[in-house]
Design a protein around this ligand. Structure first.
Ligand code: USQ
Length: 418
């Protein structure tokens, strides 16, 4: 099958390309490299060095023996999107090219606006271009479990039966997102659902839980690594906890630490996206997959990281800074996740094993963590209209007076840009 991946340079896009190629699909990708730029903007980099795209593509050819075609471009450019679809005529589009960080979207008004304008524009451009050029194609759209928020009841897969004033209907489950980023995904979901209705497009909206891990079976060489972010804006809680443990810093579950989220390993996330690709929605169908394996609280993540760290001779402490986000710190959480099981999805990775694997990779790249250690402190606060002064002050105080040492264990670090 011919698959277009938007956001192919990103954390999920890159391993998905490798996975689909290894399964015999024809893959083409597009990216504007904005994640690399924005991670730099907040003073950070990926713990795993990520080569520039030409070297990534050459590595794919050499290691996997496959041809991966790449376009540099921005989905906010309507002509580019239409041209891309006219030239490539994909059968499936996996749309991952969105600003994906909740804290980044909360920095100030400009970051909030950029997140929502870019995310919604890219999706609308794709929907219109699909209608004009490839109306039979299937859109697999990356949404987020965070669209639902944390209601005090079970969360269905997209829709539920509701009764009000004696009448019943099958309705979208209410969305109660917790950041401007998560709200952009809610608005996207509405747009995708509407496009299936008016244009008859096929779409799968993936309510993705937090993904963890660096490795997939296809990543057999350091040149094929995907990124690993650990700063306060781009790094997820688990990534940050492991980086903190490697650096001997306290692990930081915010507030009470009983915030629960759904989690899935990178490898299993690739499996589920492939299943969505290989089993397309019907014309006019809008279907929703809740994509995660198990729910954990951030306290539980901290404890698990602490246990694996202890096995490796590290002994991090756990601290509870006040929560910079506005969110429930203790709540009911029971989302349903059955649709993917119906397509044959099976969990293959356990959290503790992946945590151990991440530790091994991060210990190897420890110097890259040391060189950017200050970016672990949280400065972005949901209650502040402008967190930039705090972020700048942190980076100014943390900036090393001398350039960070070159990491001899970081392959080709001289050429890395991320
Ligand atoms: N948290 C801590 N300590 C930290 C960092 C975070 O306790 O040092 C807490 C947060 O307050 C939050 C929870 O951990 O309650 C999850 O935060 P996160 O940064 O790990 O993940 P989140 O902001 O929810 O976003 C991530 C991805 C996003 C994806 C989402 C799926 O960055 O792209 O959409 O996970 S979900 O969480 O299901 O919405």
């Amino acid at each position: 099958m011919k698959v277009l991946i938007t956001g192919i340079d990103g954390y999920s896009g890159w391993p998905l390309a490798l996975h689909l190629l290894s399964r015999g699909h024809d893959v083409v990708g597009v990216d504007n490299f904005v994640t690399r730029k924005r991670v730099k903007e907040v003073g950070s980099w990926s713990a795993t060095p990520i080569p520039p795209m030409p070297r990534r593509l050459a590595a794919v050819k050499e290691v996997l023996g496959k041809e991966l075609r790449f376009y540099r471009g921005d989905l906010s450019d309507w002509e580019l999107v239409r041209h891309l679809l006219e030239t490539e005529r994909p059968e499936t589009i996996v749309h991952l090219a969105e600003q994906r960080s909740a804290p980044y979207s909360m920095i100030d008004v400009h970051h909030a606006v950029a997140t929502q304008v870019e995310n919604l524009t890219g999706t609308l451009h794709l929907l219109y271009a699909m209608k004009e050029v490839v109306p039979e194609a299937h859109l697999v759209k990356m949404g987020t479990m965070g669209e639902y928020g944390t209601p005090n009841m079970d969360i269905p897969e997209g829709f539920f039966e509701a009764e009000f004033h004696g009448r019943r209907d099958h309705l979208p489950f209410p969305r109660q997102a917790g950041s401007w980023y998560h709200w952009s995904k809610v608005f996207d979901s509405g747009d995708v659902m509407f496009a299936t209705k008016i244009f008859g497009l096929r779409a799968t909206d993936v309510m993705q839980g937090v993904i963890y891990g660096i490795r997939t079976p296809e990543i057999t060489d350091h040149r094929l690594f995907t990124r690993f972010d650990f700063d306060e804006t781009w790094g997820t809680a688990l990534n940050r906890f492991i980086a903190q443990a490697v650096l001997g810093l306290p692990i930081t579950p915010y507030g009470k630490g009983e915030q629960k989220r759904g989690f899935i390993a990178l490898e299993d996330s690739m499996q589920s996206l492939r299943l969505a690709v290989e089993h397309p929605a019907r014309p006019g169908e809008y279907r929703v997959f809740n994509q995660f394996d198990a729910a954990y609280s951030v306290n539980e993540l901290a404890e698990r990281v602490g246990r694996v760290a202890a096995d490796l001779g590290l002994h991090p402490t756990i601290e509870h800074p006040s929560d910079p986000r506005v969110e429930a710190e203790q709540h009911y959480y029971n989302p349903i996740h059955e649709n993917l099981l119906g397509l044959g999805y099976r969990r293959t990775r356990e959290l503790d094993d992946v945590i151990r694997e991440i530790f091994h990779d991060l210990i190897r790249y420890r110097r890259r963590l040391v060189a950017r250690q200050h970016v672990l402190s949280a400065t972005v606060n949901w209650r502040l209209p402008d967190s930039r002064p705090l972020l700048r002050a942190r980076n100014a105080a943390g900036a090393s007076p001398t350039p960070p040492p070159v990491d001899p264990t970081a392959p080709s670090s001289a050429h890395t840009v991320a």
